[in-house]
Structure formats: C-alpha cells, structure tokens
Design a protein around this ligand. Structure first.
Ligand code: HAM
Length: 424
C-alpha cells in the first residue's frame, strides 16, 4: 500500500484549508484590534521547558509529549502548548524591559500523543493569546472578550458557554490550605475513585474534580470541600464577574473547572460548545501569575488562553455557519488550438488577476470540455477567445449564471468590462 499519513496526523485539504485560513485571518484582525502582536515560536523546545512550566504531574508532560534527542544528546520536545514557549521568549528577549504591558498572540501546530478521536488529534492548531504585565482583573476580562469576539465573528454567537472558576493563589491560606483539605477528603473516599484519580491523588488532588467520571460525583457530594479563596483572590474574582457582563459576556460558575495544566492562579475558564461531542472545549485559559517568576524571571503577572482551530471549525460546521468555498469569477477558454489565441488568453488572465479570481488554460481540449470545467468550478463568467472575433480584436463574455447571455467585447476593454459586471 502507498504511504499513509501517521495516525493522529492529518492533511488539511481544500476547502478545509481555506476555512482554516479565513478563520485565522479573522482571529488576527480581532487580536490586533485588542492590541496583541504576533509572536512566531519554534516548534521544538528543550523538553525541560515543558516539565517546568506545563507541570510534571500533568497528563501532557507525563504521557503525551513527543520527545526526541538531537545529535548532541539534548532532550527536546515538540511543543504540546504555546504558553511555556511564549514565557521563555518573553524572558530570553527581555520583553518585560520594554515597559508596561506586552500582549502577544501565536498561531501554529501543537503536538500531543493523545488517543486520537473526533476533535482530538496528535497535531492540532492553536491560536493563543498571552497578556503579560497586568495583574488587574480587567486583563483577564479583556483577553476573554477578545476570545469571545473571535468566536462570535466566526458565527458561533450563542452556541458556546463560558465556564469560569477561581483557583486561588499559592498563599498558604488560599489554595494550599484547600489542596490539603481536598486531599484528606479524597483519601477518605479513595475506594470510590477511578484508577487514574487514585494514581495522581497524592501529587495532584485537584485533577479529580475535572475527571469525566469522578468530577460530577464529587460536585454532587455536599461533603466535597470548596476553595475558600484569600481576600485578594476573592476580590479579584468578584471584579472579573462584574466586568465580564459589562463586556456583554454571560458566564457560568463551575467550581469543578481546574484545567489540566499546573500554572494557573485565580481566574480559569473554558469555552465549550454543545455541538461537537465529547471533546467540547473550544478554548481554555486563565491567569498564571506565578509562572514567569518560577521560570527564573521577574514577578510579572500574566493571563491568556488558547483555542483549538479544528474544534472551532467543527462547531461552525455543526452550526451551519460555513462560508461557501471560493470559486473563480472568470474562466478563460479558447475555441480552437492556436498559439495566437492562447497567448491572448494568457495576457487577459494575467490582467484580470489584478482584481479577481481567474481559472482556465485547459488549452488543447475542446471548448465543450473547457466550459464543463468552468461549470464544475462554479465560475461566474466565461471569457472565450475564438478565431473570428479575435481577428476583429474582440472576445466573447458569457454570464454563466444566465445561460444564454453572451456578448462581444473589445479585448482592450475586457478588464474594464469584467470589473463593471462584477460590481453590478
Ligand atoms: P489547553 O486547554 O490544553 O490549554 O488547550 C487549549 C485548546 O486547544 C483546547 O480547548 C482545545 O480546543 C485545543 N486542543 C487541546 N488538545 C487538543 C487535541 N489533542 N486535539 C485538538 N484540539 C486540542 C493550553 O494549551 C494553554 N496553553 C492555554 C493557555 C494560554 N493558558 C494560558 N495561556
């Protein structure tokens, strides 16, 4: 059998590739309107970066990283997420010294060796945004509003829910106190937990809360301890809850939302679609005020998110909000095999391409098969170069939507004629 793509890795063919590009363009426009600037990150980083930043006890680092060793024996990894690389770049290039806030976005493939299924791939595309240097809750809200604006602009308005939670901070009386209480509780009900939760109980008890099986049971159990955030974390979250609706965005509080990455503090969120099956998280993120410092940098607060492009496109398809793929506006054909006609056709195609999409050049085939191709491609107009009109300096323009409408135009006037018909 011919070679196939590797399991979990996919080709993106037209029109999916065009939908992807159109969505990326929309996202860039929105992010830039919020003041984010593009950061292009390497696909490969030191493996250690993810162990330190994403977290040693996360599924991503424990079992999903594609790791490799280069000829010099260095341990590398294909990036499973963008945040650690963004933080590394921020520190490496002293972006904090540029003063004030640094708002960056990235678009690109991420790699996780997860079990492939609908909406879950081993190579997938993320669009991510990271805002460094603003500890105020308004930064959390602004980044979430940018995300919602992208999804709304794509056609998903009203088709996703915003789940919000407060994870507190590392002050002893805040999350550590809660973590200890939760651990004690989970130990007491350990025999009812799944193998996965039992295994990571001691190292990462909070993850039990978002386990697909145990999470809902723990949520329903009134004995499950709840986070009592410290005064600062409480006030921060209250402001987030007030500002989000001021920005026009409704949310649901979700005390079980803990996210699968270790670096979060305070606000965490996920935007979920009801249209795409079990892999329903279109995007997720939150605040990570301790990460930059823990990576050896200054004490700079940060907040951000990443969305999964494939999942957003799946949700758009389910919602029926998929734009028709682009089709040529003009199809250029020749009526007879003749170097002169073909030359004239090429010249015309080049000048028409200054302002519209042009197909053609199936020269050497009958006019009938050229017109069949024009139909198949969904062209709006056909321009036909035939010997008798050509001898008078003219060509034929045919409106393919109104079958029998055709007229002759001076070749010198063709571009003007097509332009005015397209604008009509
Ligand atoms: P995450 O929740 O791991 O967060 O991923 C963000 C989004 O990427 C998910 O909501 C989902 O749409 C998509 N995604 C994740 N894994 C897959 C997969 N295997 N196949 C398809 N899509 C997937 C992060 O990565 C954080 N770096 C977000 C962040 C940025 N937090 C702060 N700043």
């Amino acid at each position: 059998m011919a070679l196939q793509s590797v399991k979990g890795f996919k080709d993106i063919l037209p029109p999916e590739s065009e939908r992807t590009a159109a969505f990326e363009a929309l996202a860039r426009g929105v992010l830039e309107s919020f003041g984010f600037r593009e950061l292009r990150l390497p696909v490969v980083e030191a493996q250690e970066l993810f162990v330190k930043a994403t977290g040693e006890t996360t599924d991503i680092v424990e079992k999903e990283m594609f790791v490799l060793t280069d000829a010099g024996g260095r341990n590398l990894a294909l990036r499973p997420e963008g945040t650690p690389g963004a933080v590394r770049a921020f520190l490496q290039h002293n972006l904090n010294l540029q003063g004030g806030r640094t708002k960056l976005y990235y678009i690109g493939s991420m790699f996780r060796a997860e079990r492939p299924q609908a909406g879950r791939f081993r190579e997938f595309e993320q669009i991510g945004a990271e805002a460094f240097g603003n500890g105020h809750p308004s930064a959390d809200v602004e980044t979430i509003l940018a995300l919602a604006r992208i999804l709304d602009g794509a056609g998903l308005k009203g088709r996703y829910t915003v789940h919000l939670n407060n994870l507190g901070c590392e002050r002893p009386e805040c999350r550590p106190a809660y973590r200890a209480k939760l651990l004690e509780f989970l130990r007491s009900v350990a025999d009812t937990l799944c193998e996965n939760c039992k295994r990571r109980l001691e190292r990462n008890p909070l993850r039990a809360l978002d386990c697909k099986g145990d999470g809902p049971k723990l949520k329903a159990n009134p004995a499950t301890p709840q986070l009592a955030p410290c005064a600062e974390c409480h006030a921060h979250f209250e402001t987030v809850k007030t500002l989000l609706p001021a920005g026009g965005l409704a949310f649901e509080l979700d005390p079980n939302l803990v996210r699968g990455l270790d670096y979060y503090t305070r606000t965490v969120f996920e935007l979920r679609s009801a249209d795409v099956g079990s892999q329903d998280a279109l995007a997720g993120g939150g605040r990570y005020d301790g990460l930059i410092k823990s990576m050896g940098g200054p004490d700079v607060p940060a907040t951000g998110w990443a969305l999964g492009v494939e999942r957003v496109l799946m949700a758009l398809k389910a919602a029926g909000s998929i734009a028709a793929p682009p089709h040529p506006e003009v199809y250029v054909a020749v009526q007879a095999e003749s170097p002169e006609l073909e030359k004239a056709a090429f010249t015309a195609m080049q000048s028409l391409r200054d302002f519209c999409r042009v197909e053609g050049a199936l020269f050497g085939h009958s006019l009938k098969s050229q017109m069949r191709e024009a139909d198949r491609l969904g062209a709006t107009f056909a321009v036909i170069f035939g010997p008798s009109e050509f001898s008078e300096g003219k060509c034929t323009v045919k409106d393919l939507r109104a079958k029998d409408q055709q007229s002759q135009t001076a070749i010198a006037e063709l571009a003007k004629e097509i332009r005015s018909r397209l604008n009509a």
